[in-house]
Design a protein around this ligand. Structure first.
Ligand code: ATP
Ligand code: MG
Length: 224
């Protein structure tokens, strides 16, 4: 059974009277343990697709199964539970809360799991160590470099022990050296921890290191 199964997924945005068909029938199957890169032109619908896969948005047509369950049949509570417990999101701009320390940023999503304080603290420390941020836990995002902020964001995504990591241009704001360090971390997490990873990237260097690449072209996905 595939972890992710998209069949003929469509997405149309309506802006006033104008309908924009962004996804025109996307088929995609991702097995557990895969590391997949999604590439393609700007405005092609990659983030739109990631939002659908991550249950942040719903398709206008077609079918989506996650772990064999039809997403269209899940209620809002079930969708929220999958988002919170199964999926870790990572974004280009890190999306950390600037007033909270690295440790507090990583602890925050665990509140929504009803985890007691001590356990949140231990879990957050462990994942921050895991991404090489043991020495910077009490720093706030503005006191960290871009690469360090992305490590904190990865730690936050890992804190919930996700089945799936969805990373939308995770190295897009980093220079090539730091970008490779972050890519090495993704490769290691995928290889050692078997975390299924779907990554959008514009960087051919990053794409090349993923075992499988698909390209978004004219509202469809094609294997590269
Ligand atoms: N909420 C929205 N409402 C209306 N149109 C939208 C919305 N979100 C995205 N779009 C449109 O959908 C198209 C695809 O956008 P999307 O962000 O998915 O592209 P992308 O492939 O991620 O591009 P980039 O590589 O620049 O990040 C664009 O034309 C965009 O303007
Ligand atoms: Mg995008």
């Amino acid at each position: 059974m595939a972890l992710i199964e998209l069949k003929d997924v469509a997405k149309t945005y309506h802006i006033g009277d104008i309908a924009v068909d962004v996804l025109k029938g996307v088929d995609l199957s991702v097995e557990a343990g895969e590391l997949l890169a999604i590439m393609g032109e700007s405005g092609g619908g990659k983030s739109t697709l990631m939002n659908i896969v991550g249950f942040l948005d719903s398709p206008s047509g077609g079918g989506y199964k996650f772990e064999g369950k039809d997403a269209g049949h899940l209620d809002d509570d079930e969708l929220a539970r999958i988002r919170n417990q199964k999926i870790g999101f990572i974004f280009q701009q890190f999306n950390l809360l600037p007033r909270l320390t690295a440790l507090e940023n990583v602890m925050l999503p665990l509140v929504y799991r009803g985890m007691p304080y001590g356990q949140r603290l231990n879990t957050a420390k462990k994942v921050l160590e895991r991404v090489g941020m043991a020495e910077r836990m009490t720093h706030r995002p503005p006191e960290l470099s871009g690469g360090q902020q992305q490590r904190v964001a990865i730690a936050r995504a890992l804190s919930g022990n996700p089945t799936l990591i969805l990373a939308d241009e995770p190295t897009g704001a980093l220079d090539s050296h730091v970008s490779q360090e972050i890519m090495d971390l993704f490769l290691e997490l995928n290889h050692n921890n078997k975390i299924t990873t779907v990554m959008v990237t514009h960087d051919p260097n990053v794409g090349r290191q993923c075992r499988r690449t698909v390209r978004m072209t004219d509202g469809h996905l094609v294997e590269v």
